[in-house]
Design a protein around this ligand. Structure first.
Ligand code: LLP
Length: 432
């Protein structure tokens, strides 16, 4: 549903805005956020998962404008730090619609969440259970919690973003019995209200079998809790991680179909074990914001480099790089790109789009066939950069972070402004 198209003269148009005009006004690099596309994806999850609560995974990308869109579209919000909580509260989000994650939330973060009246805190360790109990007691409140469970699943994705196998930092293990013990502990604690179990198996996942397996294991644990403790947990969260296509146009995930599959499995398992079917929730981040953004860069230099067998590759250097998109360097992620300011009838040339940072791993797009006449001054657009690009951006080499510009119906609105050198120097206590 992306509204990015090419004009008859070959220039890219996003949300009804010609990128050349946008760049003339706002400069490059810039993240262009297609509001209609974001809202359509949020709505597709809301409608597809109609019996579920849908929490947008704010870590993919968050700013106050996006928080408002998420709330307007009827989604809740998953946050994982005091900073994300601050953004949500500043945007006027209803704290009841926030879920707070993290394996090491600080005392101050937990206190702020409780004081705000947060909807749920997903607890991740025995230390956190103790800490939260004390903080709730001090305030005379009851903290609503879910238990993050490690389901013991090898999700087929990059090792850095898989989270349900045994040997990693998140959650309470089902296999060791920690998950049961955590539930029992919470159940005995008057200051904590046990909402249910939570699992997040990883990110950029296409195969629904991991979700199904996690659901089965969590329901089995639920059944044990129900038998041995006589406790019924009203909710079950299956986390986020729904994959998106980075290098093709096809959209792999059909929210409605996945919802139906998961809903059926949960219902079936619960009936078989004589359990009341819990209210389900999910937490998609990437699948909502990822495809809604493209990054536009200006080409600064090109250089042809000889490869073996008489082949060559053209290095196309752009004015950003690993500071605005670390995913290629960090996860070996695949992106594509397109010439965005004009039509070219030159033949394709094997190109690698690289940034301006001082290291050779600073690659944005590993391989793309760009027209052979791409030259300094041209614009290159990289689609699919909505998730984990601006949110993981850095100031490496003191390069200011790009703005996020929302486009819709031919209008533009800066939702996060470009960082300036003064912004960076304002932290430098030795600066005049
Ligand atoms: N829920 C929990 C508990 C999570 O930890 C995450 C992501 C999500 C939901 C949202 O997952 P999504 O639907 O966006 O895949 N920086 C990595 C991804 C890290 C994901 C961290 N947790 C990347 O760029 O691929």
């Amino acid at each position: 549903s992306s509204t990015a198209t090419k004009n008859t003269d070959g220039a890219l148009q996003v949300g009804g805005v010609d990128v050349r005009e946008l760049v003339a006004e706002h400069g490059t690099p810039a993240y262009l956020l297609d509001e209609a596309d974001f809202r359509a994806r949020a709505r597709a999850f809301r409608e597809g998962f109609k019996d579920f609560a849908v929490y947008y995974g704010g870590k993919a990308f968050l700013c106050t404008t996006v928080v408002r869109w998420v709330m307007e579209e009827g989604l809740n919000l998953d946050i994982c730090s005091g900073g994300e909580l601050a953004v949500a509260l500043r945007a006027g989000a209803d704290p009841k619609r926030l879920g707070f994650h993290g394996n090491n939330k600080s005392e101050a973060e937990l206190a702020r969440a409780l004081d705000a009246g947060i909807g749920r805190i997903i607890v991740d360790s025995f230390h956190e259970i103790e800490r939260l109990t004390r903080l709730a007691a001090e305030r005379g409140v009851v903290a609503p919690v879910m238990v993050r469970v490690t389901a013991g699943i090898e999700a087929h994705t990059h090792a850095y973003i898989a989270t349900a196998h045994q040997d990693q930092k998140f959650g309470f293990s089902i296999t060791t019995g920690d998950a049961f013990d955590a539930v029992a502990r919470i159940n005995e604690t008057a200051e904590l209200e046990l909402l249910g179990l939570h699992s997040h198996i990883g990110s950029q996942i296409f195969d629904s079998s991991g979700f199904e397996m996690a659901a089965r294991r969590l329901i089995a644990l639920h059944a044990r809790v129900s038998d041995e403790l006589g406790v019924d947990m009203p909710e079950l969260d299956l986390g986020g991680g729904f994959g998106i296509a980075y290098t093709t146009q096809d959209d792999p995930s059909d929210p409605a179909q996945l919802a139906t599959e998961l809903g059926k499995i949960v219902e079936h398992e619960c009936k078989a074990l004589d359990l009341a079917v819990p209210k389900l929730s999910i937490e998609p981040g990437r699948a909502i914001v990822g495809p809604a953004v493209c990054t536009v860069y200006t080409v600064g230099t090109t250089k042809e480099v000889a490869l073996d067998f008489g082949e060559s590759r053209t290095y196309v250097s752009v004015d950003g790089g690993m500071s605005d998109n670390i995913r290629t360097a960090l996860y070996d992620a695949d992106y594509s790109c397109t010439l965005a300011n004009r039509y070219s009838d030159e033949g394709p040339r094997l190109s690698r789009v690289v940034g301006k940072h001082c290291e050779s791993g600073d690659v944005v797009v590993k391989d793309e066939f760009l027209p052979a006449d791409v030259a300094p001054g041209d614009l290159v657009a990289v689609p699919g950069t909505g998730a984990y690009c601006r949110s993981m951006a850095s100031n490496y080499n003191h390069v200011p972070r790009p703005p996020v510009i929302a486009v819709k119906d031919g209008r533009t609105r800066v939702v996060v402004r470009r960082e300036t050198e003064d912004d960076m120097l304002s932290l430098d206590m030795g600066a005049e």
